[in-house]
Design a protein around this ligand. Structure first.
Ligand code: GTP
Ligand code: MG
Length: 305
C-alpha cells in the first residue's frame, strides 16, 4: 500500500462521517450547511469550522469540495506559515517532504498511553532510514516497564539507547544522553518522558527540569519539543496540550491513533489553538503508519472518495 492509501485507510472513519453527510452536488447553501454539521461532528470545533466556511465562501470557487479541501489544508497550518503560503501563492503541498528537526535533540512529551514510546521507536526508524544516526533516551523512569519498552524497541531496530534504573532521575539521564550525543557526534537524540496525568503539578515541573538538564549539557537544545496527542481523546486533548505548551514550550505536535476515531478533524483546533505545526501523524500501529504530516494530503484524504 502506498503512503497516501495508508493515510486514507487510517482516516476512513472520519472520512465516512464527513463525506457521507455532505451532498456535494447539491445547492451551495445546503452543501455548506451540511458541511458545517459534519465538521462539528468531526471535532473541528465551532471557531475553526466558521473559519473554514468563510474561506470557502471567500474563494468564490464553484467546486465546493475542492474549495473545502484547500480551506481545511490552510487551517491545518499555523497562522504565520499560512500567511506566508498565501502570499507566495503556494498551495500548502509539502507532499512526502521529510520533517527536519531544527537541532539535534527532540524531547517528546505527552500524557500516558498516547503513544510516546512507540512513536519514538518509529521516529528512530524513520530518521535512520533517511541516513541519520540516532540515539534514544528512556527518561521515563517512573516505571520500569517504560524504559524497558523503549530499550526493547531499540534492540529490535538496532539503535543505541540510554536508560536508567527504575526511579532514576530523568533529568540526570537526559543530561547524560545529551552529552553522549555530542561526544559521539550522533545526529539526533530522542528523549522519551513519563506521561503521568497533567493534573499532577509535578509532572510539568519534572519535564521543565528535564528540559533544563538537556540545555545544561548542550546549549540551545532541545531545539524541538514535540507533544504526542491521542486523536481518540479529541477536543479533550486540547486543555492538556495548552498545559504542556505553557510548561515546556512546544515546537511541534504528533497526533496518533487517527485510525481509531471519526474525530480526525481535531487536528485543526489543535493547530489553531497552539499555533504549533503538526509534524507527524499516526494512522496505525505499524512503523510505516507514522507519516510526516502534509496538510493538503490530509485534507484530500478526509474528503476524497
Ligand atoms: N491504532 C493505533 N495505535 C497506536 C498508534 N500509536 C501508538 N499506538 C498504540 O498505543 C499504545 C500505547 O503506546 P505507548 O507508546 O506505550 O504510549 P506512551 O505514551 O509511551 O505511554 P506511557 O509510557 O504509559 O505514558 C500502544 O499499544 C501502541 O501500539 C496509532 O497511530 N494507531
Ligand atoms: Mg511510554
Amino acid at each position: 500500500m502506498g503512503w497516501f492509501d495508508r493515510l486514507k485507510a487510517g482516516l476512513a472513519k472520519t472520512r465516512e462521517a464527513l463525506s457521507r453527510a455532505v451532498p456535494w452536488g447539491g445547492r451551495p447553501e445546503e452543501v455548506l450547511e451540511e458541511l458545517e454539521m459534519a465538521l462539528l461532528q468531526a471535532d473541528v470545533g465551532l471557531e475553526a469550522t466558521e473559519k473554514i466556511l468563510e474561506e470557502i465562501r471567500k474563494s468564490g470557487k464553484k467546486d465546493l469540495k475542492e474549495a473545502a479541501k484547500e480551506a481545511i489544508a490552510l487551517l491545518l497550518e499555523p497562522d504565520e506559515r499560512r500567511a506566508a503560503l498565501r502570499k507566495l501563492g503556494f498551495r500548502p503541498d509539502a507532499r512526502k517532504r521529510a520533517v527536519e528537526p531544527a537541532g539535534h535533540v527532540v524531547m517528546v512529551v505527552g500524557v500516558n498511553g498516547v503513544g510516546k514510546t512507540t512513536t519514538i521507536a518509529k521516529l528512530g526508524q524513520y530518521y535512520r532510514n533517511l541516513g541519520r544516526s540516532v540515539l534514544l533516551c528512556a527518561a521515563d523512569t517512573f516505571r520500569a516497564a517504560g524504559s524497558d519498552q523503549l530499550a526493547l524497541w531499540a534492540e529490535r531496530l538496532g539503535l543505541p539507547v540510554i536508560k536508567g534504573a527504575e526511579g532514576a532521575d530523568p533529568a540526570a539521564l537526559a543530561f547524560d544522553a545529551a552529552q553522549a550525543r555530542k561526544a559521539r557526534g550522533i545526529d539526533l537524540l530522542f528523549v522519551d518522558t513519563a506521561g503521568r496525568l497533567h493534573t499532577k503539578h509535578n509532572l510539568m515541573e519534572e519535564l521543565k527540569k528535564v528540559k533544563r538538564a538537556i540545555a545544561k549539557a548542550e546549549e540551545g537544545e532541545p531545539k524541538e519539543v514535540w507533544l504526542v496527542l491521542d486523536a481518540v481523546t479529541g477536543q479533550n486533548g486540547l486543555e492538556q496540550a495548552k498545559k504542556f505548551h505553557e510548561a515546556v514550550g512546544l515546537t511541534g505536535v504528533i497526533v496518533t491513533k487517527l485510525d481509531g476515531t471519526a474525530k480526525g478533524g481535531v487536528l485543526i483546533p489543535i493547530v489553531q489553538t497552539l499555533q504549533v505545526p503538526v509534524k507527524f501523524i499516526g494512522v496505525g500501529e505499524k512503523p510505516e503508519d507514522l507519516q510526516p504530516f502534509d496538510a493538503l494530503a490530509y485534507a484530500e484524504a478526509l474528503l476524497e472518495g
